[in-house]
Design a protein around this ligand. Structure first.
Ligand code: VGL
Ligand code: ZN
Length: 219
C-alpha cells in the first residue's frame, strides 16, 4: 500500500475581517473590498495553508462607534483610554448580518475563527489581542499548531491588517502581507501607504502576487 505523508501546512494564512460591514453595501465598506475574495478563495483551495479567519465582533455599546458618543460623527476623533481614536459608523455588531463573513467567502476552508473587539471600552484592531492586552489566544494557537510563518490578507490594510501583521511579527513569526488581497480605508489620503511602510519597517515582507499560485512561490 502506498501512503503519502504530506506534512501539515506550517504556513498560516490569516484572513482579517472579511465581513459584510467591510464589504460594498456595509456600514464601514472598504473601497473595492470584495475584490480580494476570489484571490483568498483561490489561496485556500490550494490546500497549502492553515487558514485562520479573524472577525471584528463588537457589542452594540462599543466605544469605537460614533453613535455611542453624543454629538460625534463617524470619522471624528475621540479620546478613548487616554488615546486619540477614530470613531466609526456602527459596524460588526455581534450576531448581526454585518458581522457575518461575506457570502462569497469560502468558509468551508477556514480552519479556525478568532473574534476580537469584544471589550466594550477599548478599541482593538489586532487579531492577536482583544482590548489590546487580553490575548485572543491566536498567538498561542499558531505556536501550538506548529506554524512557522504567517501570511496576512484582508480588510482593512491601514487598521486591522496592519495591527495583525505587527503583532504576528512581535510573536516571532516571519510574516508576509499579501497586498493584492488587502484593501484599506484611507480615511486620510496616504494612510494605506503609511501602513505598508510601517509593516515593512517592522519586518514584514510585502507581497504583491496577483494570483494564489504565484503567492505560494513567494512565501
Ligand atoms: C477595522 C475599523 C474599525 C478593520 C475594524 O477591520 O480594519 N477598522 N474596526
Ligand atoms: Zn471595529
Amino acid at each position: 500500500m502506498i501512503s503519502s505523508h504530506l506534512p501539515p501546512p506550517d504556513t498560516a494564512l490569516i484572513l482579517v475581517d472579511i465581513q459584510n460591514d467591510f464589504l460594498p453595501g456595509g456600514s464601514l465598506a472598504v473601497p473595492d473590498g470584495d475584490a480580494i475574495i476570489p484571490l483568498v478563495n483561490e489561496a485556500m483551495a490550494l490546500g497549502a495553508f492553515h487558514v485562520i479567519a479573524t472577525r471584528d465582533w463588537h457589542p452594540a455599546n462599543h466605544c469605537s462607534f460614533a453613535a455611542n458618543h453624543p454629538g460625534k460623527e463617524p470619522f471624528d476623533s475621540a479620546i478613548i483610554g487616554g488615546l486619540p481614536t477614530t470613531l466609526w459608523p456602527t459596524h460588526c455588531v455581534q450576531n448581526t448580518y454585518g458581522a457575518e463573513f461575506g457570502p462569497a467567502l469560502d468558509q468551508s476552508r477556514i480552519d479556525y475563527v478568532f473574534s476580537k473587539g469584544m471589550g466594550e471600552d477599548v478599541e482593538s484592531f489586532s487579531g492577536f489581542y482583544d482590548a489590546r492586552r487580553k490575548p485572543t489566544l491566536l498567538g498561542e494557537y499558531l505556536r501550538e499548531t506548529g506554524i512557522r510563518q504567517v501570511v496576512v490578507a484582508g480588510l482593512a490594510t491601514d487598521y486591522c491588517v496592519r495591527a495583525t501583521v505587527i503583532d504576528a511579527l512581535s510573536y516571532g513569526f516571519p510574516t508576509s502581507v499579501w497586498l493584492s488581497a488587502c484593501r484599506g480605508i484611507d480615511a486620510q489620503a496616504g494612510d494605506i501607504d503609511r501602513a505598508v511602510a510601517e509593516m515593512e519597517a517592522a519586518g514584514a515582507v510585502a507581497v504583491r502576487a496577483r494570483s494564489a499560485v504565484s503567492l505560494l512561490a513567494l512565501v
